[in-house]
Design a protein around this ligand. Sequence first.
Ligand SMILES: [Zn+2]
Length: 446
Amino acid sequence: MNIKGVERKVYFVLLGLLSDNLSINTFMGYATSFSSMYYCRFCKLDKKAAQTQIQLHRELNRTKSNYEEDLNKPFKETGIKENSESNRLKYYHAEESCVVDVMHDLFSHGICAYDFAAVLNYMIKTLKISLHTINYRIKKFKYGESEKQHSLKKNKKNHIRTASFKMTAKDMLRFVRYFPLIFGDLVPQNNEVWNFVLSLVELVDLVMLPSFNEHLLKILEEQIIYHHTLYTQLFNEKLKPKYHILLHYVQTIRKLGPPRYTWSFRFEAFHQIFKKYCRNITSRRNICLTLCTKASLIFSNNLNNANFFGIDLTYKNAVTVKLINMPYFALLDIDSNIHLHNFQASNNVSYKGVEYKIGYFLSKSSRRLSNIELYEIRDILIKNDDLYFVCRKWRISNYSEHYAAFEVTGPCDMYKIAEVNEFDGPPIHLYSIENKLYIRLKKYFI
Ligand SMILES: [Zn+2]
């Protein structure tokens, strides 16, 4: 690399390998079956104890030194099958940089499925809500225009019994987010199982945070313990391996950062593409080589393509406008001479892959959610590739614990113009329950 005319050699240190649970265990030399006695890649708690223990024991944590000692002991006593090839790297060790697989731990045949199996079973047996009603509620609920909703398959009794719901990880993520709004009005206030549902919803929100500090890590740690305690007490269940692995999230976040940056969603999305290739390729001599060749051709084509790193902002059919000529100008709260500028106005835009349309809602909140504001997009304006929204403010009255959502009372006669990055994130939607309007914040959601 040439830096200010001086040739420098740059070295990269491997920080971590991204993978799902099974692959990371395989690559790191650990047990590849989660029914093994020592299946955990983070500690050496045996599987019997891991079914009941909610507190972690530091002395059982795997370390570089005990990993090396355990290589000389039988697999049955340690859970280590072989030395990982990655340990030959000078600055990397299998034990020090183990990632977590949040997609499979929580959403794909994970904790959410186990939890909902127990909760739906309770709703059917104790609250006498029929399976037909449950399926109808799921089908009827509209997540909102921007959610790319597709219809979910009907849940059958055996899906609930075996916790094998017919939904993708992304569907499950959405289902957890909106579960309180889908079923909240069917469940009495202060119901203990409903409190457990809310603990899961909050846990998922926390795990999905884009950044952490010590305060948030402490809250996450307490939330995991609270959730697991309720699960074992309410349903008389043992903790499955994924519940145990979740206990290691706080220590992993401290080492490698938020789990959302190491998850497998994007990698698994490629499965569909490769499945299509497999169907179209007739040669079966070396299908893996063919797929690898395809993948490298696509990658090099993308690198050559000027659009690969994405145009942040795209829009169509824009017209030139001035704020001073707009009907809401008198209600607009502005303190600069922005109203004198010419803007391009469009009905919808795509910014960093997120679609914004007139009529969508955006939230603006402080870090600790002490101050939440809700805005409806009334105009979308562009100036020199900067994106602005002219928004109408809506009133938020209070937070409903039962629905895990904020109640919205209606619009105010106050308009403001703000840049896209001033808002929390992607658009959110209003949901109507028993003649009241609610929003769920999407601050931590994809
Ligand atoms: Zn462990």
